[in-house]
Design a protein around this ligand. Structure first.
Ligand SMILES: [Fe+2]
Ligand SMILES: [Fe+2]
Length: 351
């Protein structure tokens, strides 16, 4: 039977978990204060004390030692935005709320078992160094952004270059196929958009400097989502009005995070802040339009929408390239018509 560690302060919690997971996992209880003695198990459920900063710092260090595809599911209170954000920042691969529902918990743990199995190896094992590097880089920048740490331009740049090489070697459809298996909705989205943007740049014949810029911008564009609660980010269905209003703050959050970082070009800030603006002024956050939106931003907006449509979500099957492209066409004056026309060849559909 698989071993699972429960890290927390209450033996009562551990007992409940043992009952919930009978026959599936062998649950070991580890007291929060004792964390650090052994490296993390492949399967770990953590109920930290979110008010105890020193123990959280220790926990964060320890979580970094987890096995490559290890699962770290955090227990939080559903209503606590802070706890959910903290769990994410500490390295949670999934979050469950109190009272713990066994089906939900198993879903968060199983989710990755397919990835752990021999039949579907991780990005690195598939020979997709670009995807593996980009994923590691995303984890670092999202963690830094949610903790208010400094972002490192160089790490993102080298991951961006790896994505460019990967797409040049294997093509866009292989890339899409690969990143669709990612369990995190946000990472999957960023990796998809990065690949689409790079392929778009390649098709338009932009120079290598701009192609690199597009790869970095793809990874950074939704950086602000690091400050949006996971319950909204990973909601298995459409968002309601209030949730949408929170979600729409991500371009500004992302720009704030980038402003504090060194080594990023001003174009990056523009893309992060304006990737949801439309040419007809109907976008957000500022409602700018027309000439106020530079080409690189226009390209990223097209790549972003297309990438989002192609995502694999738990509540809907992925859309076909043709259907996704038709949606771009139907957006009319919101998008740059010439770019959308050129984009048809990237997606290999009829314009
Ligand atoms: Fe976005
Ligand atoms: Fe996006």
């Amino acid at each position: 039977m698989n071993r699972l560690s429960f890290i927390g302060n209450s033996t009562l919690d551990a007992e409940r978990l043992r009952r919930l997971l009978t026959g599936v996992f062998d649950v070991q209880f580890v007291e929060l204060a004792r964390v650090g003695g052994e490296r993390p198990d492949r399967f770990t459920v953590i109920a930290p004390d979110y008010d105890d900063a020193p123990s959280l710092i220790k926990l964060r260090q320890w979580i970094k030692l987890r096995p490559k595809d290890g699962r770290m599911v955090f227990v939080t209170r559903a209503e606590s935005r802070v706890e959910n954000a903290q769990a994410h920042a500490l390295g949670a691969t999934g979050v469950v709320h109190r009272p713990i529902d066994s089906a939900e918990l198993l879903e968060k743990l199983w989710d990755d078992i397919a990835v752990l199995g021999d039949t579907t190896p991780g990005f690195g094992a598939l020979g997709h160094q670009g995807a593996a590097a980009a994923q590691d880089s995303l984890r670092d920048i999202f963690s830094a952004a949610s903790l208010g740490d400094a972002l490192k331009a160089t790490a993102i740049e080298s991951a961006g270059a790896a994505v460019v090489n990967d797409i040049e070697a294997n093509g866009l459809s292989t890339w899409i196929e690969t990143v669709r298996s990612h369990h995190s909705q946000t990472y999957q989205h960023c990796l998809l958009v990065t690949g689409v943007a790079v392929a778009f740049g390649q098709h338009l014949g932009v120079g290598s400097a701009d192609r690199k810029r597009l790869s970095i911008a793809g990874m950074l564009h939704d950086l602000g989502k690091a400050r949006i609660p996971i319950s909204i980010l990973e909601k298995p269905g459409p968002l309601d009005q209030d949730e949408l209003a929170i979600m729409r703050k991500h371009p500004e959050y992302g720009a704030e995070a980038l402003k504090t970082a060194e080594g990023f070009q001003p174009e990056m800030l523009e893309i992060v802040l304006h990737h949801h603006e439309y040419l007809d002024g109907s976008g957000y956050p500022h409602g700018i339009g027309g000439n106020e939106i530079p080409d690189l931003v226009r390209m990223m907006t097209v790549a972003d929408i297309y990438g989002a449509l192609l995502e694999r979500r738990s509540y809907k099957p992925p859309m076909s390239p043709q259907k996704a492209y038709d949606i771009l066409l139907s957006m009319g004056p919101k998008l740059d018509a010439a770019l959308v026309r050129a984009f048809a060849s990237v997606t290999k559909v009829a314009a």
